[in-house]
Every structure is written in C-alpha cells, then in structure tokens.
Ligand binder design. Structure first.
Ligand code: COA
Length: 251
C-alpha cells in the first residue's frame, strides 16, 4: 500500500488525505487503489458516517500522474481499472462526501468535487481542467454534471476551453459550497463533516438518494462513455506529444 494516501478514521469520519506533495499530489494507480479501498471500507462500515477528502497545504492535487498516463496509453483499455472504479465509487456513495481544496486543483483535482455534497475551497484555489490542451476529453461525469450545475457556457469555458476558475467563480457557478480562508479550511471542512455525521444516517442516505436519483444512471453511463473516449485519446499522437512536452518542459 502507498503512503501517498493517508487514512484517518475518527468520530464517524473517513478522512482520506492526498499526500504526495513532492509531485503536487499527482495521482498514481496505487493512490487510486488506496482511495478505492478507503471508500469501499467506509461505505461498508457502521462506524463511518461521512467521507472526507483533503490535500495538503497549497495542494489538493495536480490531477492524474502524467507519467502514469503515458503507461496507460501503452496498456489495454481503461475499463475496469482503478481510475474507472474510483469514479464509480465516488458517484455511487450513499454516505455524505465532503471535500476541502487549497491551491492546486487540476484535472480530476477539480472533477472530484462535482461528486461531493459539500466542497470548501480557499481563495487561492485554482480549479483547472486542461483536458483538451492535453488532447484529452472531460472525465468523471463532468461533461454531464457541469452543464447541469452551471449551464453550457460555463461548462464550455471550463471543460472545452480549459479556462481556470477561481474558488469564487466556482462558488458563484454553483460548483462548490463555500470559500474559506486558508487557515480555516481544515477546521471548517471537518466541522461540516462532523455536523453531518451527527445526523440520523438512514434519513441522510434517503435524502441524498432523492437528490441524486434522477441523474444517477445517466452519470454512471456518462462515466463509462468518457472512460472509453479518454482511453482512445490517451493513445493519440497529439496526447503523447502533450505529455512529452510536460515531461520535457524543464530540460
Ligand atoms: N503528473 C506527474 N508529475 C507531476 C504532475 C502530474 N500531473 N504535476 C506535477 N508533477 C511533478 C512535476 O513534474 C515536478 O516534478 P519534478 O520536481 O520531479 O520535476 C513536481 O511535480 C513539481 O511540479 P512543478 O510543475 O515543478 O510545480 P509548479 O508549481 O511549477 O506547477 C502545476 C504546478 C500543477 C501547475 C504543474 O505541475 C502542472 O501543470 N502539472 C500538470 C497538471 C496536469 O496537466 N494534470 C493532468 C490533468 S488531466
């Protein structure tokens, strides 16, 4: 198991912390596997009431590890892999999911929050999904969720034009819950999660199901379709050129 994902379980909270600061918390297959185990165990546990995801100071995550993208490009299709499983795990959570982001939130570092029930972010957080710049396509159900939450033009700006959104813009677009100062991010995120953890769990599960039921199947099939297209794009010459440009940028 990787130590780039730290799990802490206390007071009904399943706290998943992304912890690979030397690579800006870029997510590897091992990290997805650890998050999958944490989410699946948390959903199954009577003790756990709420899932929480946090990064470290100044970094939520810079998205999927680009070296891993290059490895995936030479492998088979992405269906059934750890990333695909992670997306379905997030989309299918019955228990509340609270996220806190500070600073870098690139790619899946942005799209994770569209599966959260409450997201807190700091003023310096930059939500950025440069999928098309990498010759990729939107993922994690974002091509369905963002137009639904924020309308076509903001979805297009974020997911097709690849324009970054500040925390305030994301809040104003209905993509996140609250913007809080850096020194209050963890305390506010954990306090909100703790408050949810004290509520009657069955009623909480029914409420979440009612709120998400209409889109749930559509989100699940959109995730599958995006995974298929994403896998094809990963193998494209233009994507490989973009990954190589990133790897070589300091040389
Ligand atoms: N995959 C792999 N490595 C990554 C990474 C990623 N997604 N993001 C950052 N890193 C690595 C860098 O290669 C660098 O490693 P090195 O010190 O061995 O050279 C280290 O993390 C620090 O990153 P660096 O780029 O020097 O930090 P920065 O503060 O100048 O820039 C980012 C931060 C997030 C803006 C920049 O790293 C970036 O654009 N990363 C790629 C984001 C991305 O495109 N993700 C995929 C989205 S689908």
């Amino acid at each position: 198991m990787t130590d780039h994902i730290r799990i802490e379980r206390r007071d009904g909270l399943n706290i998943i912390r992304l912890n690979r600061p030397e690579k800006k918390n870029a997510l590897t297959q091992d990290m997805y596997a650890a998050m999958n185990a944490a989410l699946e165990e948390g959903e199954a546990s009577d003790e756990i009431r709420v899932h929480v995801m946090l990064g470290v100071e100044g970094i939520f995550t810079s998205g999927n590890d680009i070296a891993d993208f290059m490895k995936m490009a030479s492998g088979g299709d992405l269906s059934g892999g750890e990333v695909h499983r992670f997306l379905h795990n997030m989309a299918g959570l019955k228990k509340p999911f609270v996220t806190g982001a500070d600073g870098i939130a690139v790619g899946i570092g942005t799209t994770i929050h569209f599966h959260a029930d409450m997201t807190f972010a700091t003023p310096r957080t930059n939500f950025h999904t440069p999928f098309t710049d990498l010759a990729l396509v939107p993922e994690a159900g974002s091509s369905l969720l963002v137009p639904h939450l924020a309308g076509h033009q903001r979805a297009y700006a974020m997911l097709a034009a690849g324009l970054p959104f500040s925390a305030e813009e994301a809040r104003e677009a209905g993509l996140i819950w609250k913007v809080v100062e850096e020194d209050r991010l963890e305390s506010e995120t954990l306090a909100a999660a703790a408050a949810l953890a004290k509520k009657p769990p069955e009623a909480m599960a029914i409420a979440k199901d009612l709120l998400r039921r209409t889109e749930r199947e559509a989100i699940s099939s959109r995730i599958d379709e995006e995974v298929r297209l994403f896998g094809e794009r990963l193998k494209s010459a233009e994507a490989m050129a973009a990954f190589q440009a990133f790897m070589m940028r300091k040389k």
